[in-house]
Design a protein around this ligand. Structure first.
Ligand code: 26Q
Length: 833
């Protein structure tokens, strides 16, 4: 139905032939001026930077659009296999500077801006972040689609166009206050609404069964409340290669029928208000980066994403191949970003059987050959489960299909392990006991040909622990794909001075083959090069100093060690361990134990899920400790503690070039991978870290001497649990005793009695899952090694170079190449430039 909406008999060909746009300063300048004056209606009286940003972005966007059409036509012509990345989150950040870089017009645009007397930096900074994600998983999706376009792979990203992205964080009296992030307030020039690809999504109602004329059982899902999913497309340019892929984000809207009952009853206002029910679905991103169980709205979001995306892909297929699905699995694959879109397994079955008339076995074979699932967490409590009752109410047909998948699956388990009742109960897609729940991870595993973790340790632990039964049944499904980050945004765009130095030293080419950075190692004894490296790092630090001055009004000493921990606030990430160390340093200063002192600025930033009490307390503690330390005249420049409010993609772009030390201090076995660790390393920071997630692989790449290792291993953590006694550990360590004493005597909460009791209690509990106290001594010792290294400027500079030089593995180009070579098997499509 909606596809026909815009049919026309106009001679489209005559209006669609256009000359290529100029990529030089002259043409960009002309377009910018034209947009500013003609399209936006502005003149010399306008005082707002926004319209200048918008005019420039429109000019840049035109250059994306012409390549976008060529890419689209190339894919159509090739009829190539397609990949689809399904994700509830795409944490894109800003678009303008990345678009200029990938189009290769950064210099031309700078010149255009300069000629017009414009401050390009200010324009770039006026763009709001597209904060459509929580953290690592959402940013990974954004880096992945950048790499897919750079590798010229025909991959489309599918997600949701939330009206409100990740909340913005303010700090009031040391506490986190959330403000809604209405990122679309001033419009979004990068997206195009594509009404003609609108899809209809069903909710509620019930199912009816009957027999068709061939005697086949048919199910219809009726009396539903329908919602429309309208796609908004954003261009995703590859790095200077002519390819522009698509990110398609769905917005929920009401159907014309929505609220019709009320309308006919004369309740006009009520019927219009009822539209909200539909539009609410994509109103807001859930701000938890661990499971918030049971919310019906979240399940609606997940289903809307899965159903709209699959219907879209099937419509494309049918448009080309008609009702013949025999080649569908050879020509399509779906990568599920965690379990969030995993209802797609059941939805593909429904669409193939109920709508496209396939039989169960054929549909199941297609599903199992097209779906692949990536897991991002080892915390069992974070595995998604939905109550069967809610499922039945909201998606009755899907619940039936899941039961049927489960029946087939349990038969397979029984055949493999006859009589093993316990195993059947353990592996069932349905968790019994009181209320029944659907185990979404198991649905994803059963319905996929591939299950992967995101770092070697993580993938190994999935096989040995969380998914062991499934690993025994289907070892061939399990594999690892270590995460990465895109070096375009996370080195070239955010740290242009370092990028220039690298290019001048080792030549071009490294930005699309990051392993070439290894060549930098040949220069670690080249004095002039080391001096330039040091100077570039100092410049980046100075920028971070300026940013802090401008944003927070604080003065940092550029010669101090910049010690940075930015990531979501979580107990397992152990920001608390960092604070304990800061308190220890403060205690040393107060006792005069300062021989050989290294000045240090500790920067901590991150958002807490609004309902996560402990994480919010930790933010409060950081701010209170900072307040005491930063106002103590004895401390001065020796130590500063800063909480960076509203940590987000665009903040990281300013932070990671200026960091000396990257804190990656999670309890071993808890961080699936981490990706911030890779951004810091690429920009020449050294890591202090545990043997967790991708830290292990970072250390392997840089070598033991260039990584500050501390802490228990995952095995040691697990065996310690049985006899963990933090109180006696505190008694045996005088430094730790004094730190705990400062906390317990209320030194950091003089007027807020008891505020930190919960934190103190958890640290001292033998049941503390994060065993923070157990790693204190080892952490402090590692920090001493950091100081010794930092005091030797030449040694530190060499270590910094070695870190960047060995960061090649952590490009998402490598990660995506592995996904493609081993799982997707897509052929790159070259687009004529
Ligand atoms: C689930 C249900 C309901 C509401 C929210 C959620 C939800 C949302 C986001 C659950 C989890 C997330 C995000 C998880 C995440 O970001 N995980 C991180 O993924 C990174 C990329 O693989 C890893 O590097 C990190 O180690 C991992 O913590």
């Amino acid at each position: 139905m909606p596809h026909r909406r815009f049919k026309t008999s106009q001679p489209i060909k005559t209006i669609s032939t256009l000359p290529d746009l100029g990529m030089d300063a002259k043409h960009i300048k002309a377009d910018l001026k034209s947009y500013y004056g003609h399209r936006l209606g502005m003149d010399e009286h306008c005082k707002s930077v926004h319209y200048v940003y918008e005019a420039l972005s429109l000019a840049v966007n035109d250059r994306l659009t012409e390549r976008w059409k060529k890419t689209y036509n190339a894919y159509r012509k090739e009829d190539c296999k397609r990949g689809y990345y399904l994700s509830m989150e795409f944490l894109m950040g800003r678009t303008l500077s990345n678009a200029m870089l990938n189009l290769g017009i950064t210099d031309a645009t700078s010149k255009a801006a300069y000629d017009l007397g414009l401050d390009l930096e200010e324009l770039i900074d006026s763009e709001p972040d597209a904060g459509l994600g929580n953290g690592g998983l959402g940013r990974l999706a954004a880096c992945f689609i950048d790499s897919c376009a750079t590798l010229q792979l025909p991959v489309t990203g599918y997600g949701l166009r939330y009206e409100y992205g990740m909340f913005s964080q303010m700090i009031v009296n040391g506490e986190q206050v959330e403000e809604p992030d209405h990122w679309l307030r001033n419009g979004n020039i990068w997206e195009i609404q594509r009404l003609e690809y609108t899809q209809c999504i069903k909710f509620g109602g019930h199912t009816e069964t009957h027999e068709d004329e061939h005697g086949h059982k048919r199910v219809v899902w009726v009396d539903t409340q329908d919602v429309l999913a309208v796609p908004f497309d954003t261009p995703i340019p590859g790095y200077q290669n002519g390819t522009v892929n698509t990110l398609r984000l769905w917005k929920a809207t009401a159907t014309e029928q929505f609220g019709l009952q009320e309308f006919n009853a004369g309740d006009y206002a009520e019927s219009v208000a009822a539209k909200n029910g539909a539009e609410n679905i994509t109103m807001v991103l859930y701000p938890n980066d661990a499971n918030e169980n049971g919310k019906a709205l979240r399940l609606r979001q997940q289903y809307l994403l899965a159903s709209a995306s699959l219907q879209d892909v099937l419509a494309l297929w049918v448009g080309r191949h008609g009702a013949d699905f025999s080649q569908f699995a050879e020509k399509n694959c779906f990568q599920l970003n965690d379990t969030h879109p995993s209802i797609a397994v059941a939805e593909l079955m429904r669409l193939l059987i109920d709508i496209h008339d396939l039989q169960w076995d054929e549909a199941w074979s297609i599903t199992q050959r097209t779906m692949a699932y990536t897991n991002h967490t080892l915390l069992p409590e974070a595995l998604e489960r939905w109550s069967v009752n809610l499922f039945k109410q909201l998606l009755p047909r899907l619940m039936e299909i899941i039961f049927e998948i489960n029946a087939h699956f349990l038969a397979e388990v029984s055949a493999h392990w006859p009589g093993d009742i316990d195993r059947l109960a353990r592996m069932s897609l349905i968790e019994e006991g009181g209320v029944q729940h659907v185990r979404m991870a198991y649905l994803a595993i059963v319905g996929s040909y591939s299950v992967n973790g995101v770092a070697e340790l993580h993938s190994k632990l999935l096989q040995q622990g969380l998914f062991h039964d499934f690993y025994e049944l289907w070892p061939h499904k399990f594999n690892n794909k270590t995460n990465g980050v895109t070096p375009r945004r996370w080195l070239a765009a955010c740290n242009p001075e370092l990028a220039t130095l690298i290019t001048e030293t080792i030549g071009e080419g490294w930005l699309t083959d990051l392993t070439l950075l290894k060549k930098l190692e040949a220069f670690i004894d080249d004095k002039a090069f080391c001096e330039r490296w040091f100077a570039v790092q100092q410049t980046a630090k100075q920028k971070l100093v300026d940013y802090n001055k401008q944003e927070l009004g604080v003065d940092l000493n550029v010669n101090a060690l910049f010690d940075v921990q930015v990531k979501r606030m979580h107990e397992y990430k152990r920001q608390l361990l960092n604070v304990l160390h800061v308190i220890h340093l403060y205690d040393r200063i107060k006792r005069g134990d300062i021989t050989n002192w290294t000045d240090r600025c500790v920067l901590i930033g991150g958002k807490a899920a609004p309902g996560y009490f402990m994480a919010k307390k930790i933010i409060k503690l950081i701010n209170n400790v900072a307040n005491v330390i930063n106002h103590d005249a004895d401390v001065g420049d020796k130590l500063k503690l800063i909480f960076l409010p509203n940590y987000r993609v665009s903040a990281m772009e300013k932070i990671c070039p200026g960091a000396d030390l990257s804190e990656q201090i999670s309890t071993a076995g808890k961080e699936a991978s981490g990706t911030g660790n890779m951004k810091f390393m690429m920009n020449g920071a050294l890591t202090i870290g545990t043997l967790d997630g991708a830290n292990i692989e970072i250390r392997e790449e840089v070598g033991d001497d260039n990584f500050f290792l501390f802490g228990l291993t995952e095995d040691q953590v697990e065996s310690l649990r049985h006899h963990y006694d933090p109180v006696s550990m505190i008694q045996q360590d005088e430094d730790l005793q004094r730190v705990m004493n400062l906390l317990e005597c209320g030194h950091f909460n003089q007027f807020e009695q008891g505020t930190f009791d919960g934190i103190i209690h958890s640290l001292k509990s033998p049941h503390d899952p994060w065993v923070t106290i157990a790693d204190f001594r080892s952490f402090v010792d590692a920090q001493k090694r950091v100081e010794a290294a930092y005091q030797d400027k030449d040694r530190w500079t060499k270590m910094s170079i070695i870190n960047t030089a060995n960061s090649g593995k952590f490009s998402t180009d490598r990660t995506i190449s592995e996904y493609n070579d081993e799982l997707w098997k897509l052929t790159p499509v070259f687009v004529k430039k």
